[in-house]
Design a protein around this ligand. Structure first.
Ligand code: HEC
Length: 127
């Protein structure tokens, strides 16, 4: 009887800890797609920019791709991202029309977004 109780207690403990262990693994896996420090920029990009610039920075019918030599850091330095978001962009490279300013996107948010864009560009061999 005592042995049975021990087994039951052990099972109870396993039941309490197993879901926590699974949750930790899951978090690790989903964060594994991009390195730490990039995840926030990715989320902010997807929320604020991807509707035009594409979920994987490949562009959409509303805006250009960033995985393009035009947006190489030598052509469009990080500063151009701050200007684009705060002041908007007049159509010049493409035929998508103007980009309107995005007042809801703060400077720290842009910093994270630029980090993510540069990381993705590097992965794609843009620089
Ligand atoms: C509603 C569509 C739309 C959204 C949303 C949008 N953009 Fe744009 N963006 C454009 C278009 C269109 C252009 C291209 C203008 C051109 O060169 O013809 C552009 C160009 C740019 C450029 C290039 C600027 C330059 O100097 O040539 C940057 C940088 C940029 N966007 C950053 C962003 C970032 C960062 C976000 C999210 C915070 C964002 N955009 C959200 C439409 C959008």
């Amino acid at each position: 009887m005592k042995k049975l109780m021990t087994v039951l207690v052990m099972l109870g403990i396993a039941a309490i800890f197993a879901p926590a262990a699974l949750a930790t693994n899951h978090a690790k896996n989903s964060a594994g797609a991009v390195p730490g420090g990039i995840g926030l920029g990715k989320a902010l990009f997807n929320k604020n920019c991807a509707s035009c610039h594409g979920v994987s920075l490949k562009g959409t019918e509303n805006g250009p791709p960033f995985l393009h030599r035009f947006y190489h850091p030598g052509h469009h330095a990080d500063g151009s991202f701050f200007i684009a978001v705060t002041r908007g962009v007049r159509q010049h490279h493409w035929k998508f029309g103007n980009m309107e300013p995005l007042p809801g996107v703060s400077r720290p948010m842009i910093t994270s977004i630029v980090k993510y864009v540069r990381y993705m560009q590097k992965q794609a061999g843009i620089f």
